[in-house]
Design a protein around this ligand. Sequence first.
Ligand code: HAM
Length: 420
Amino acid sequence: MEKITSVRGFNDILPQETGIWQYLEQKAREIFMDFGFREIRVPILEKTDLFKRSIGDSTDIVEKEMYSFLDRGDECLTLRPEATASVVRAYIEHALYTAEPIAKLFTIGPMFRRERPQKGRYRQFHQINVEFLGLDDPRIDAEIILMLIRFLQCMELNDLKLEINSLGCHECRPQFREELTVFLRNREKGLCDDCRRRLHTNPLRVFDCKTENCKAIIDHAPRLSGYTCSACKQHFENLKQCLKNFAITYEINDKMVRGLDYYTRTTFEVVTESLGAQNAIAGGGRYDGLVKALGGPDIPGIGFAVGMERLISMMPSDSRYFIFPDLFIAALGDTAQKEAFTLCNRLRMKGVRTEMDYSGKSLKSQMKRADKLKSRYTLILGDKEIAEKRAELRNMLNGTQFSLDLSALEDNIINTIKER
Ligand code: HAM
């Protein structure tokens, strides 16, 4: 029979890999909660209009990359390509702003974009996503970036670079857009087909183009920083000052426009040299008009998302991500097997990570298995030992071995394992 394989760009995360995923998620939860964030869980399926209206009709994500389909009725639904839109939708739908003027939310889970798969780019990928709603104070931008940096530092990554930019606001950006359109129109022939189209729909997106010709043209294009209004300039200056106060180093990348249309003012990315083309580990920014655009009150927001696959691919492999048994029971003989089975499960019920051999193979092969599982201790339980009312406990790290009395064996094991 022909095998059915997974869908292209959709990956399994195998048991030997899940330890690092759990570590990452746990650290994120810990650190975000230190900063006062709480978890929100939102569906992975939303109405397509949500993403069209938030990410923007003329972005690559909405134009080419969404998994959208007609539900059995006639509703158009989409597997979420990102989480910000869903979080903001939930924030409005449940009027979270009525209970608290500020909402600090995070969510972790899979996102779906139908991009061309390559290293660091998948069709199902995972994000750790953070949103802060309720304040447009630049100190919040700095605080959010500080939290991201703290999280990445815990992952012991070097070679990271923080890039920031300001995209202006709905007051000052239209003028820049006009100037940029004029500049690009004069060079239209040199642009790729996509950018020629973008010129009429969303000229800022030309900054994202990866083709050499377009990149060369963009190098000489006007920059947003020349057009931002005084309020946006002040906001950016204050952010930079706050980052300096936190001793966070950054570079200004005035070509960074980010691939989603909802951004205003601050945008930022954490990039690395070591991942090749897919070099962004995390990205985010401010979206002061988004809540209103999605039918809520005029409430500002800022957030970021970390790409988990990219982050993990940079993390050194480390035994702390793996979970090893506390105890392996090597049971030799019928009576010993019966005893071992009961003991094994009683210990598990008391929180001792215990494995056993169910096959009754030779002691040598059972010890081999204990080694392979990297168990901290092995209990050797044979019919002979049972007759002598004792069992042997071996410390697998230093090879020391001692006898334990069979009466109160459970407590003896628990005490020994806890002590050492
Ligand atoms: P984004 O820049 O589209 O932002 O994605 C954030 C991160 O997700 C990227 O930096 C990258 O690490 C990862 N990522 C994106 N696409 C893929 C892919 N195809 N395969 C693997 N990893 C990928 C957002 O999604 C915004 N919602 C972030 C945000 C939150 N802005 C404000 N709040």
